[in-house]
Design a protein around this ligand. Structure first.
Ligand SMILES: O=c1ccn([C@H]2C[C@H](O)[C@@H](CO)O2)c(=O)[nH]1
Ligand SMILES: [Zn+2]
Length: 134
């Protein structure tokens, strides 16, 4: 993947963020998950009045894709900030990292972006070493 592709994936994560349903935390998260053939699955966080039923943006994207039979993931872009105001990088929570470990190889690329010009790239191996699998 080149930087043009990375920029497009980040752009899609910002589009996904527009769908975030987060009236309780007001922390809006968007994710864009890329498959080997170039298809992008968007996901947003979805909160709930009872709190625990809420879901992260990353897992929304994964569960959409997996429920369509996809297993061939190459990269994900993640953006998140309070009320959509410019903020910091938004690293995935531990639960989302574990879901990535279920479906992705060690070199799966995780892009954390502040805006469409500024991102950091990690591998799954870097963000979740010594992964638990069965
Ligand atoms: O990696 C993360 C971390 C948090 N959130 C969401 C969950 C909740 O709706 C809000 C505040 O925790 O951010 C995500 O979507 N992804
Ligand atoms: Zn998460």
């Amino acid at each position: 993947m080149d930087d043009r592709d990375r920029k497009e994936l980040v752009r899609q994560a910002f589009l996904a963020q527009q769908q975030a349903y987060a009236p309780y935390s007001e922390f809006l998260v968007g994710a864009a998950l890329l498959t080997e053939d170039g298809k992008i699955y968007q996901g947003c966080n979805i909160e709930n009045a009872a709190y625990s039923p809420g879901n992260c943006a990353e897992r929304t994207a994964f569960f959409k894709a997996v429920s369509e039979g996809r297993r061939d993931f190459t990269a994900i872009a993640i953006v998140g900030n309070k009320r959509g105001e410019a903020g910091d990088y938004c690293p995935p929570c531990g639960v989302c990292r574990q879901v990535m470990a279920e479906f992705c190889k060690a070199d799966f690329e995780i892009l954390l972006a502040k805006d469409t010009e500024n991102w950091k790239s990690y591998t799954l191996e870097q963000l979740l070493p010594e992964r638990f699998t069965l």
